[in-house]
Design a protein around this ligand. Structure first.
Ligand SMILES: [Zn+2]
Length: 376
C-alpha cells in the first residue's frame, strides 16, 4: 500500500503542555508508535524550526535563521516573507517539491495558521490554506474564520486538515498551528488545557478516518515564563562598543511576545571589536552563551551570512529585545533560547524507530532520505 504522510507541528506543543492536558488520542498514537523527547533547532523560534522540519534541513542549508533580516552592509532590516521560494531567503526545496519530483506525491497540502508561514512554505503545495485568511471553500467545510488570538483558530485549522484528507486523501500533508495560547497561558491554565483537548479530539477523528496513515506530531519549540529583559546592542554601546541587536523572534505579531525572545544577533559597528564584545557580553545580566559568527554557524548549523557578528543566547529567565533602556523587568512567556529547544516527536505507523529522531528536523530529513534521489 502507498505511504501517506501527515506531519503536524503543534506550535509550542512541548512536553510540559502535553503532559498537563487530557489528550487520550495523542497518547494512543505514542503508545502504538513512539513518543520521544527530542531537540529543536536553536534559535528556538517558529519559522526557523518549521522551515527546518518542512525542508528536512538545518538553517545552514535552508538559510532561514530569523524572522527579521538585517543586511550587514546596508543596515537595512526586512521581515523575512518569501513567496513560494521566490529566491529571496529560502534556499532549500520544500518536502512537497522533493516528494513531487521523486514521484512520491501526486497531491500535497499545506495548512498553517499564519499567512507568513504559508508564503514561506507553499512551493510544491497543491492545496495551501492559512486559517487567518482561508479560501472560501474551506469556510464552508470548517466554519467561519476565527480570530488569530484564539484557541478556536487552531481547531479550525485541524478541521480543515481533516476535511482535506477525507476529500482528497493527499499523499503528503504538513500542518502547523500558532502559539498565542502558550504565550499567554501556562500548561496548567484552563484555556490551555481546553486548547490541547480540542486539538486532541480532532486528531482522534483524523486517525479514525485514516488508520493506516503515517503520522508525526512534533513542535517547533517550548515556552517558559521570563522576568528580565536585556537589549544586548544598547548594553554593549553603553560599555563603549557601538552595536545594535535584533531579537530573532521579531515579527509582525507583537501581541504574542512583544518581540522579546531568548536569542539575538548582534551587529557591531566595527567588526574588530568582536573578541572584546564577546568577553563583555558574557558579563551581562541574563546572557548565558555568546558565540562569534563562525563558531555560532558551526555549533548550531546556522547560515554564517545571516546571523550578524555575534550570536547571544539568554538564560532561562531572560529575553532579549529592542528596549529604551539596556535592562528592565518584564513578565512575559516566550522562547528562542536553548531552554526552549525541547520538543516531543510522536510517530505512528512510522517505518523508523524513536532513536532515529534526535531533532524535530529528522521528521523531514528521514522522509527525504527515504525518497529516490531526484533533485527538483
Ligand atoms: Zn512557535
Amino acid at each position: 500500500m502507498k505511504r501517506k504522510i501527515l506531519i503536524l507541528c503543534i506550535d509550542a506543543g512541548s512536553h510540559d503542555y502535553l503532559a498537563a492536558s487530557d489528550i487520550p488520542n495523542i497518547r494512543k498514537l505514542g503508545a502504538a508508535g513512539f513518543y520521544r523527547h527530542a531537540a529543536a533547532v536553536v534559535p528556538s523560534v517558529t519559522n526557523v524550526n518549521n522551515v527546518s522540519i518542512a525542508t528536512g534541513t538545518f538553517p545552514e542549508t535552508h538559510g532561514i535563521t530569523t524572522n527579521y533580516h538585517v543586511d550587514r552592509d546596508t543596515g537595512i532590516g526586512t521581515f523575512i516573507e518569501d513567496l513560494c521560494r521566490d529566491g529571496r531567503f529560502l534556499l532549500a526545496p520544500t518536502l512537497f517539491e522533493v516528494a513531487k519530483a521523486a514521484g512520491f506525491a501526486e497531491k500535497t497540502a499545506l495548512f498553517v495558521t499564519k499567512r507568513k508561514l504559508l508564503r514561506m512554505l507553499c512551493a510544491g503545495a497543491d492545496i495551501a490554506v492559512a486559517a487567518e485568511a482561508p479560501p472560501p471553500a474551506f469556510i464552508e467545510v470548517a466554519g467561519p474564520v476565527e480570530p488569530i488570538y484564539s484557541v478556536e483558530i487552531n481547531w479550525w485549522l485541524l478541521r480543515a486538515v481533516r476535511h482535506t484528507l477525507r476529500q482528497h486523501d493527499a499523499d503528503l500533508v504538513y500542518c502547523t498551528t500558532t502559539d498565542w495560547v502558550q504565550h499567554t497561558y501556562p500548561p496548567e491554565a484552563e484555556l490551555s488545557q481546553r486548547h490541547f483537548a480540542g486539538l486532541d479530539r480532532i486528531i482522534g477523528d483524523i486517525v479514525d478516518d485514516n488508520p493506516a496513515r503515517e503520522i508525526y506530531i512534533t513542535a517547533d519549540h517550548g515556552m517558559l515564563p521570563k522576568t528580565a529583559a536585556l537589549d544586548p546592542g544598547r548594553w554593549l554601546t553603553q560599555q563603549g562598543i557601538p552595536a545594535s541587536s535584533i531579537p530573532i523572534i521579531k515579527d509582525r505579531y507583537v501581541a504574542h511576545h512583544g518581540n522579546l525572545g531568548g536569542a539575538a544577533y548582534v551587529f557591531l559597528e566595527n567588526r574588530t571589536d568582536t573578541e572584546r564584545a564577546v568577553q563583555m557580553l558574557l558579563q551581562a545580566n541574563g546572557v548565558e552563551e555568546v558565540y562569534p559568527v563562525e563558531e555560532a554557524a558551526r555549533e548550531f548549523r546556522l547560515h554564517p551570512e545571516r546571523i550578524g557578528d555575534i550570536f547571544v543566547l539568554a538564560d532561562r529567565d531572560t529575553v532579549f529585545g529592542e528596549l529604551d533602556v539596556a535592562e528592565e523587568s518584564v513578565s512575559v512567556r516566550s522562547h528562542g533560547s536553548r531552554h526552549e529547544s525541547y520538543v516531543p516527536v510522536i510517530g505512528y505507523n512510522s517505518p523508523w524507530a524513536a532513536a532515529d529522531f534526535e531533532y524535530n528536523v529528522d521528521v523531514g530529513r528521514l522522509f527525504l532520505a527515504s525518497l529516490p534521489l531526484t533533485a527538483p
